[in-house]
Design a protein around this ligand. Structure first.
Ligand code: DGL
Length: 285
């Protein structure tokens, strides 16, 4: 018995997956592209579905929930965690990096999704008018405006919150007439607010799941930016520049899914999004 539990703990500590965190299903749109680009690593996905959406929650609550999730991933062996959630990246990333990481040592890192997105978008817009569709939390944080202006001072950013979009995705309603209505209404609204927009950022990782509807209502010639490929390329670049982190990660090509909601419900939805069989584990934070 002693030998069994010893070898079990050895196995656990030798696995160091890349942690991917989101409030719910949205981070799967990031995980999918990361795994497509780098299938050799191990991954651990955590969706805090029981407490989603985060988008309308206060700074303190998003920070607390995000920190709990990051620390859970660290306890399970992750050394690198990606906040595959714009709301968490906007409201919690900096505090976690500055206040909390010190408790875990210099070999632990947390990265967000806003910076890699902004770096790519600066070079894509010709009109220098960019639209940001996001949660209320991300829009009110002004994170995209601030980061885009740093890189490109003459850029004009219009942000619009889409409060109905995450609940539609979390409830599997992303192809219904209701979803069509709410997508058309928000897309029309942002293009009316600034008709010079030539680049529209889907600054919430849930939104690519509504992409077929979004494309239906976007005027021709407007680029729609989903973040998965950008974040995946940026992570690959990061690992290329941080050999010590790359060496600390395990490379067996596995993916383990955790959710704070019902495991079967998560597994069914995630299997659809990931186009493969997903068997999730329910945890309590
Ligand atoms: N996927 C999260 C994001 O990128 C959704 C936030 C929410 O739970 O409202 O912002």
């Amino acid at each position: 018995m002693l030998i069994c539990s010893f070898s079990h703990s050895l196995i656990r500590t030798s696995v160091s997956p890349i942690g991917i965190f989101d409030s719910g299903y949205g981070g799967l749109t990031i995980l999918r592209q990361i795994r497509r680009l780098m299938p050799e690593y191990d991954y651990m996905y955590l969706g805090d579905n029981a407490r989603a959406p985060y988008g309308s929650r206060s700074f303190d609550v998003v920070y607390r929930y995000t920190l709990q999730s990051v620390e859970e991933l660290f306890r399970r062996g992750c050394k690198l965690v990606i906040l595959a959630c714009n709301t968490a990246s906007a409201k919690a990333l900096r505090s976690i990096q500055q206040r909390d990481l010190v408790r875990w040592g210099t070999d632990h890192r947390v990265l967000g999704v806003i910076r890699p997105t902004v770096e790519a978008v600066g070079g894509l817009t010709r009109s220098h008018h960019v639209g940001v569709l996001a949660t209320a939390g991300t829009v009110s944080s002004r994170s995209y405006d601030i980061e885009l202006t740093k890189l490109c001072p003459d850029i004009h950013v219009t942000g619009l919150a889409c409060p109905m979009w995450v609940p539609l995705v979390e409830n599997g309603e992303y192809e219904t007439p209701g979803a069509d209505y709410f997508v058309r209404e928000r897309v029309t609204e942002i293009m009316r607010a600034d008709p010079a927009i030539d680049t529209l950022i889907l600054a919430c990782t849930h939104y690519p799941l509504l992409l077929p509807l979004i494309r239906k209502y976007i005027p021709e010639g407007v680029n729609v930016i989903a973040q998965g490929d950008l974040v995946a390329a940026s992570l690959q670049d990061y690992l290329g520049r941080h050999a010590e982190m790359d060496a600390a990660l395990s490379h067996a090509g596995t993916c383990h899914y955790l959710t704070t909601e019902n495991a079967q419900k998560f597994s069914e939805q995630a299997s659809l999004f990931m186009n493969e069989r997903v068997e999730a584990e329910q945890i309590t934070l």
